[in-house]
Design a protein around this ligand. Sequence first.
Ligand SMILES: [Zn+2]
Length: 480
Amino acid sequence: MTSIVRLYGNQPTKCGYCSEKKESHQYVLEAVSLSIEDYQLLLDRGWRRSGMHLYQPNRQNICCVPYTIRLNTALFVPTKADKRVLRKLETYLVQGDKKRKRSQDQNQDERPLKKVALVDSRCEEIKELLKNTIWTYITPFVDDLNKAKEALDGKICVLREKSAKVKLERGNYTSPFAHVVCAYLKKQGKSQNVDVDTVAKDLCRLITLPENLTITATKGFLNVYDMTSVSESTPSLPEKAEEKTQDAEKQQKREWHLETIRPTNTPEIYEIYKAYQEHVHNDTAVTPASFESFLVATPLPTKPASTQGSFFQLYRLDNELIAVGVIDIIGKNWSSVYFFYKPEYSHLQLGTYSALREIARCNGGYYYMGYYIANCIKMQYKARFTPSELLCPMTLQFVPLTKQIQALVDADASKVVQLNAEEVAQEKGDVDDIILHYPQGAIRVKDAKSSLHPAILTHLEDFIKVAGPELIQRLRVQMF
Ligand SMILES: [Zn+2]
């Protein structure tokens, strides 16, 4: 397959990783067609795909530096927190209907929190972590943080759940704090539109807990599960867990299916995407066309029998589609493009669950997780899968993501850091070698130079900087 691209050049964009949202730039190209091999080369130079477009953030003048992150799945060992996610789904398969019915019947106001309230040192620890997260969270919303701290400090409470039955549903610890934050922000007139569910979910995403604690948000309550109190009888590896899930399926009414298909826009899939974008990202401008161009369109080969290229992984529970993972399979490597799910199933931590399944199925290759962004809490989860590697933006080599490297990168999110000591090679690409693609055929720049406008040559020089000497001889540049 010949790769054919159209060059859009450096395009302005707003940083989507931090609250500053400063203007940054990215180099964008549209791929009319793209071979698997060329896509791999682009990924290893820090590019990402979005529909038919590929982009590489311009790291020269940037708000938050993105580092390509990939996981070596051959050496991957799931953590206790990962196992907890797998177990949670198993429990749900067994008890789901009952649990769902209970939560439908039970109004949040009827929760008998006071009856089960107990305080211990774990409570205090969670409370401290929660407090710190809350101060970070409300900073953009309030004029005077100290005043807000004063007003809210005494109201932060974390309660320990006593009954085993309640624990299963609500975690070992629970905090109604999102309700308090929400009420305060409304009272200050800062965020009339804010709702308690969103606040709880945001806090859930922002908080960093010790490895053995996991947190979910339900109806504005933050529920913390303490894994150290869970028995270790369940399997340790995702593959084994999958087998167990399948065994469980046979015995239970609820059935769990994973289906892999080529990207397609059906009403069933689109509805989930729309609900997810609206609920999780507050994106109200979703249309079938925007879905199509973001996740369905792909320049990669789509031969029906091939196991390579772009796919949707459909997760179904009792024949109900509940989540979709968008992935690219490139040789033996997998690239996770996107993941969306029905918001009402957020308590199952499907993002982590699907990542674990993708890692298991990647089976020894590299699992590309997109970008790691320093200090961006939304992206921190990527660093918890180990052993992973970051692409050094200067030497273009992958470097093991150790605690030291992470600290180096986290020290200044806007500074491009060289991650290894290798000498930065001066890439020598010659504009003459670029292949231009016309309907009549292909021609090298050196043979067409006299007919090319100088502005086009400048444009092509920019392309060399982002694509490098090897790719410019492989990708054909469409000029019409
Ligand atoms: Zn930023």
